[in-house]
Ligand binder design. Structure first.
Ligand code: COA
Length: 173
């Protein structure tokens, strides 16, 4: 049974993340999407909220399991006996961070392997912070995040601008 892990902070999950999840799930028997904490960032959504959003959007994809974990990624890799960690690569600016993370993790766990999947070009400039910024102004994030979580993201980030009508439109899609 080949297990791979797709870790991230998913703050919030975007359509770019979903594209990586769908493609990575085809490369292994089990893809574990791991909602982790990046201590260098102040998360906007709690870990429970981020986990719930990933479950809502990706819970039905065959071969995908969703977990949360407190601790180092290498500990999760060891615990699940995962073959590799998948990360999406949007542009060259992602590469340095990914290379550093891969190198640090390999120093801690010599069997650690990283697979970098290039992102779909039309999603290459989507990011969680852009979603947060647009939603905080009450902007339309429906093309950036899965429909099923768009209402939750808008409600959390723009409680005053958020209208239930907007959520109904999302649900009707
Ligand atoms: N499409 C769209 N956006 C993407 C993307 C994709 N395919 N892949 C990454 N991103 C964006 C995210 O939207 C996010 O954007 P933002 O910076 O504007 O918020 C950014 O890239 C990175 O987010 P994400 O991939 O969700 O998580 P991360 O890079 O914060 O995750 C961890 C890092 C959680 C994997 C890492 O901190 C970790 O392993 N933590 C556990 C502790 C540990 O082991 N630390 C040691 C690491 S050496």
């Amino acid at each position: 049974m080949k297990t791979m892990i797709y870790p991230g902070s998913f703050d919030p999950l975007t359509n770019g993340h979903m594209d990586i999840i769908r493609r990575a799930a085809k490369l292994c028997d089990v893809l574990v999407v791991a909602v982790l904490t990046n201590k260098s960032k102040q998360a906007c959504f709690s870990k429970e909220e981020r986990l719930e959003m990933v479950k809502d959007a990706a819970g039905d994809i065959p071969g995908v399991e969703i977990v949360t974990f407190d601790g180092l990624l290498v500990e999760l890799v060891r615990k699940l006996d995962a073959r590799a960690v998948i990360r999406g690569l949007r542009s060259e600016s992602d590469f340095r961070f990914e290379a550093e993370m891969a190198a640090a993790n390999k120093l801690m766990l010599p069997t650690y392997e990283t697979c970098l999947l290039p992102c779909r070009i039309d999603l290459a400039f989507t990011s969680s912070s852009i979603v947060r910024e647009v939603a905080s102004y009450g902007g339309d994030i429906s093309s950036m995040v899965p429909d099923i979580i768009a209402g939750k993201v808008s409600r959390k980030l723009s409680p005053r601008d958020y209208s239930p009508q907007q959520e109904r439109q999302q649900e009707d899609k």
